[in-house]
Design a protein around this ligand. Structure first.
Ligand code: NAD
Length: 542
């Protein structure tokens, strides 16, 4: 594995080595300009006077002292959002879609600034941060262009033709609470909020503390794109306190994070009878069939497993390879993995960046050590690399993983994959369907029709044929989300926006009531109705 100097040099934008912040730490060399950071954090609703320090996985440089929100601040954020939503619901779909298209352009124009911030906060490779920009731009464009298709009122068949006119409207839920994780700071900050705004809602966002600055820059871009600033409120704090307060006040909750937290939130929402979508964890399987192009599959496996250092809900942690190609595939995969450039820096030529935190490093290290102690073999990687950054861990391939090992069925959420050999496709599909999760899967074959047939037998919300996750994730018309313990609800596509609406049906009855008339008895009315129903059935009406 080649190495990248920890101190990157190519970043641009407002990121500079700023002076120490005398109020908090007189000796620290901040990675970001203090005025720039203060401009971002001013958007947090906070009156507590308390702050939370955040530092970068790149060399541990201090980044910010984030203002923290208390219960009164969350209440204030909801109050502001509710007032703004009442006015926003009266705007036209075209107006909202136009703001989304301006957001699309701003994201592309300001990509260097966005990527710099994402990399400082997360330590990820620059190319992984770029994909966040691209995904959000795609999301903004998709929902702007399909606004009418998804949200226009529509006529449906009335009870009696000509006599009953029925129409269905889409009404915004109100104020949506969005709770997001740290792994894709920019994508997760906005991708679920874009359709919420389009549907006429306001948002109170509670991003993860580690990646608040990116979420705040995203909020600023919404302002610049022309969304009313009060429509998007940002609160800051720990999950149980501030996240819990958001769940307690929202009209709908969109949560992305761990399955354990998802369960808590589902219970809270059930008590309040409000809806929620839960985008949760996975233990995603990739299958290399016997006719796969081994080199393409090996190249795809590197992306599938090590993108974002494996801290990606849809990345692969289980790799099932057909007997016939196992040895050739493993050789190619190991060689490509060992050639990866590692580093914690702003440089473009890092293939895999840092993990985000000590907690992530601890989990990854524990999973690998446990597997090795119980007899697994390390084919590549296997070690932390403090020489490159405090939380860098090598891309790691394990063989001989068994059911008693931590990494067999638990999500590692790091750059670690287990290799398994299979003898028949039925066996591989059964093993891919093992466990409690059902988020994403990947199938590699030269016979794409067969790949699609295999895909249909896998119990995951998305399946990619000859790609890892990007084909489904980048196809914005295709819903994305988990089956089983990987979640409920979907982002993207029609479901991604309709979840933020209530349907309202309005039916208008003309001329005759749906009741006996002209002194008709109930019995006669039942006979007349029966004749009418038979007639409608013969005419083939809905
Ligand atoms: P997490 O559940 O600990 O935290 C996620 C967010 O929830 C954070 O903002 C956190 O502050 C907040 N939170 C924590 N406890 C809360 C509570 N009791 N009430 C309200 N909010 C609370 O998740 P994490 O470990 O930070 O994130 C990684 C997990 O997220 C992984 O399991 C990963 O698979 C999953 N994830 C899923 C998707 C997806 O689309 N399915 C995408 C990204 C990440």
């Amino acid at each position: 594995m080649s190495e990248q100097s920890p101190a990157g040099s190519e970043h641009t934008g407002p990121v500079v080595d700023g002076p120490a912040d005398p109020e908090h730490d007189a000796t620290a060399a901040y990675a970001l300009d203090r005025t720039y950071v203060a401009g971002l954090t001013a958007r947090v609703v906070s009156t507590t006077g308390t702050t939370h320090p955040v530092s970068s996985p790149i060399g541990g440089a201090p980044l910010a002292h984030l203002p923290q929100s208390g219960p009164d601040d969350v209440a204030e954020a909801f109050g502001r959002a509710r007032r703004a939503q009442a006015a926003w619901a009266g705007t036209s779909l075209d107006e909202r879609a136009a703001a989304l298209l301006r957001l699309h352009d701003l994201l592309l124009e300001r990509q260097e600034e966005l990527i710099d911030l994402v990399v400082w906060e997360s330590g990820k490779a620059r190319k992984d941060a770029y994909l966040e920009v691209a995904h959000l731009a795609l999301t903004a464009r998709y929902y702007a262009r399909t606004a009418h298709e998804h949200l226009d009122s529509r006529r449906v068949g009335g009870m009696f033709p000509l006599l009953t006119r029925a129409e269905v409207h889409r009404v915004p839920k109100g104020v949506v609470g969005i709770i997001s994780p740290w792994n894709y700071p920019l994508t997760m900050a906005l991708c679920d909020g874009i359709p919420a705004l389009l549907a006429g809602n306001a948002v109170v966002a509670k991003p993860d503390l580690q990646t608040m600055l990116t979420a705040l820059l995203a909020a600023r871009l919404l302002d610049e794109a022309g969304f009313p600033p009060e429509l998007w409120q940002v609160v800051s704090g720990t999950g149980p306190e501030v996240g819990g307060a958001v769940v307690a006040a929202a009209d709908y909750v969109c949560f992305t994070g761990s399955t354990a937290t998802g369960r808590l939130i589902a219970r809270q929402c059930a008590d309040r009878l409000v809806g929620c979508s839960l985008e949760l964890g996975g233990k995603n399987p990739m299958m290399v069939l016997r006719d796969a192009d081994v080199h393409r599959a090996a190249e795809g496996a590197v992306r599938a497993v090590f993108s974002n250092a494996g801290q990606l809900c849809v990345s692969m942690e289980r790799l099932y390879v057909a007997d016939q190609v196992y040895d050739r595939f493993v050789d190619a995969f190991v060689a490509r993995t060992q050639a990866m450039t590692l580093g914690a820096s702003q440089d473009w030529n890092v293939d895999m960046g840092s993990l985000i935190s000590q907690a992530q490093l601890d989990t990854v290290t524990a999973h690998v050590e446990d597997a090795v102690a119980k007899g697994a073999t390390v084919l590549a990687g296997g070690r932390a690399r403090p020489d490159l950054g405090p939380f860098v861990f090598e891309p790691t391939i394990l063989e001989g993983v068994s059911v008693d090992m931590e990494c067999f069925a638990r999500e590692t959420f790091g750059p670690v994959v287990s290799l398994y050999r299979f003898h028949s496709e039925d066996e591989a599909i059964a093993r891919a369907n093992d466990g409690h999760y059902g988020l994403n899967a990947s199938v590699w074959t030269r016979d794409t029709a067969r790949g699609r047939a295999v895909a249909r037998r896998i119990r995951c919300g998305t399946v990619n044929v000859n790609e890892a996750y990007g084909a489904t994730f980048g196809s914005l018309g295709a819903p994305m989300g988990g089956m089983r313990e990987s979640g409920t609800g979907r982002r993207q596509g029609a479901e991604g926006v309709l979840r933020y609406t209530e349907t309202q049906s309005v039916a208008t009855q003309r001329l005759v009531p749906i009741a006996p008339m002209f002194g008709m008895s109930e019995q006669t009315h039942a006979k007349v109705m029966t004749q009418a129903l038979r007639l409608l059935n013969r005419l083939g009406r809905a």
